[in-house]
Design a protein around this ligand. Structure first.
Ligand SMILES: Cc1cc2nc3c(=O)[nH]c(=O)nc-3n(C[C@H](O)[C@H](O)[C@H](O)COP(=O)(O)OP(=O)(O)OC[C@H]3O[C@@H](n4cnc5c(N)ncnc54)[C@H](O)[C@@H]3O)c2cc1C
Length: 408
């Protein structure tokens, strides 16, 4: 869906380059059909690869039934090692009207045949931001309401301010510090009563989409192996061990919603599998990126300058806007920027924060530097290809060293 959204977003750039495309239409039914075909194809691919590699797949709802035991329907299966990966479950909001048919989770979009005209997206989740942009580009009136004081409130203010500006310019209404107090169904749609920074107001929409997911920790039988069921998520160490011998856990089950990323789950899965098979693997949680496939994309890894100062670092920051990057100028990237956060004394890269085209691809270079614990100066010395946006990462490093080339 976000790829389709980006294609639509690129049309305005095409126009500035003299490429005009007439008769544009966005057909949601066709998009969902392609999505379903891709999911089926990928699922079958995983199934057959697993089979070829000797993985036996037993389907059903499992529950721990003591150490080394999983109960599945009437059978009890025995294992030497177990990796728990039950993900997260949806949490229904508690305002009056939350149980109305037109109030749903984002799953609704996976099966909807036609998109609603007016949609209110409610919650803290970053995925709601992607969805708001997608809906707007598919001609819906989109309103984003977050209880936080700003969208992506954990990220640097530079990143969130630039993204907020882009979204508002596209016609998305953003209400921060907002709470839904009630929803009533009336003849002209849902009447949503809202408290936000701007005060109390009522909005009429056709659908409300909420997104809150929490670790699926309950009904797992954790108590049968001596683990606490009442905690918000399962805590694991860098080896994905839960503290009970032979029991590992990965993914959304092991973290708060702000850490719910599929690449985190996958990286944890690899580490858990290695260790369960007798190898010795570990994962540095600091190197897990936070990505958003909006246009412009967001990609952040490590900590912000504010967090670094709070942690006691002598902070050195460097930044490079895409508007000063030769390729960025070619593609009119006005909002893009790379910010790096480093430790002045040790030259350690503490964080890298991107907004702009290809941000999700470029953050990998910063992750590698962090993973290798290499001095950030190396970024300033590496011969990045020209003209590419990746030169901005080198330029941000040079900026931190007061050796910027493109910056005035
Ligand atoms: C709208 C939306 C968009 C997102 N977009 C992105 C994105 O662009 N990039 C990104 O990195 N992440 C994204 N995420 C987050 C990502 O989907 C999750 O972080 C990821 O799927 C977590 O993987 P997991 O394996 O921990 O859990 P899941 O993928 O949730 O898998 C857990 C599985 O375990 C099953 N299960 C649960 N309990 C049991 C049981 N007792 N017995 C048997 N099976 C059980 C569940 O049915 C489920 O199939 C998005 C999430 C949402 C909601």
């Amino acid at each position: 869906m976000m790829v389709a959204s980006t294609i639509l977003g690129n049309l305005s750039l095409a126009k500035t380059m003299g490429v005009s495309v007439n008769g544009i239409s966005a057909n949601y039914t066709a998009l969902v059909k392609r999505q379903d075909e891709l999911i089926t194809f990928m699922r079958e691919g995983v199934r057959s690869t697993a089979k070829k590699k000797g993985v036996e797949l037993i389907e059903g709802r499992g529950r721990l039934a003591g150490r080394g035991k999983v109960a599945l329907d009437d059978t009890t299966l025995h294992f030497k090692n177990i990796i728990l990966a039950t993900g997260a479950h949806w949490v229904q909001p508690d305002f009056p009207g939350a149980d109305l048919e037109e109030v749903s989770t984002t799953d609704y979009l996976l099966t909807a045949e036609v998109l609603p005209q007016r949609v209110l997206l409610y919650g803290r989740s970053p995925w709601l931001i992607e969805i708001a942009q997608f809906l707007r580009r598919f001609d819906c009136v989109a309103t984003l309401v977050t209880p936080d004081q700003r969208i992506l409130s954990d990220e640097s203010k530079t990143i969130t301010a630039r993204l907020t500006k882009v979204l508002r310019n596209e016609g998305i209404t953003i209400a921060t510090g907002g709470q839904i107090t009630a929803i009533n169904k009336e003849s002209d749609g849902l009447h949503v009563e809202l408290n936000s920074k701007a005060g109390g107001e009522m909005l009429a929409v056709d659908r409300v989409i909420t997104l809150e997911r929490r670790a699926a920790i309950k009904e797992l039988g954790l108590n049968t192996i001596g683990l606490e069921e009442g905690q918000p998520y399962l805590t694991v160490n860098e080896k994905m061990e839960t503290g009970v011998e032979g029991v590992y856990a990965i993914g959304d089950l092991t973290g708060p919603p702000s850490l719910h990323y599929s690449h985190r789950a996958a990286a944890m899965g690899l580490v858990a599998a290695e260790n369960a098979m007798g190898n010795n693997a570990s994962l540095n949680p600091q190197t897990i990126p936070r990505i958003l496939f909006t246009q412009p994309q967001i990609a952040c890894v490590g900590i912000t300058a504010k967090q670094a100062k709070e942690a006691g670092h002598d902070v050195l920051v460097g930044s490079a806007p895409y508007s000063m990057n030769p390729f960025g100028m070619l593609i009119s990237e006005n909002e893009g920027i790379v910010e790096i956060v480093t430790d002045r004394e040790y030259g350690e890269l503490l964080g890298a924060h991107f907004i702009g085209t290809a941000a999700a691809e470029m953050v990998g270079q910063a992750i590698l530097v962090m993973q290798m614990e290499a001095p950030f100066e190396w970024l300033s010395e590496a011969p990045f290809p020209h003209p590419t946006l990746s030169e901005s990462l080198a330029e941000a490093a040079r900026d931190a060293l007061e050796r910027a080339i493109y910056l005035p």
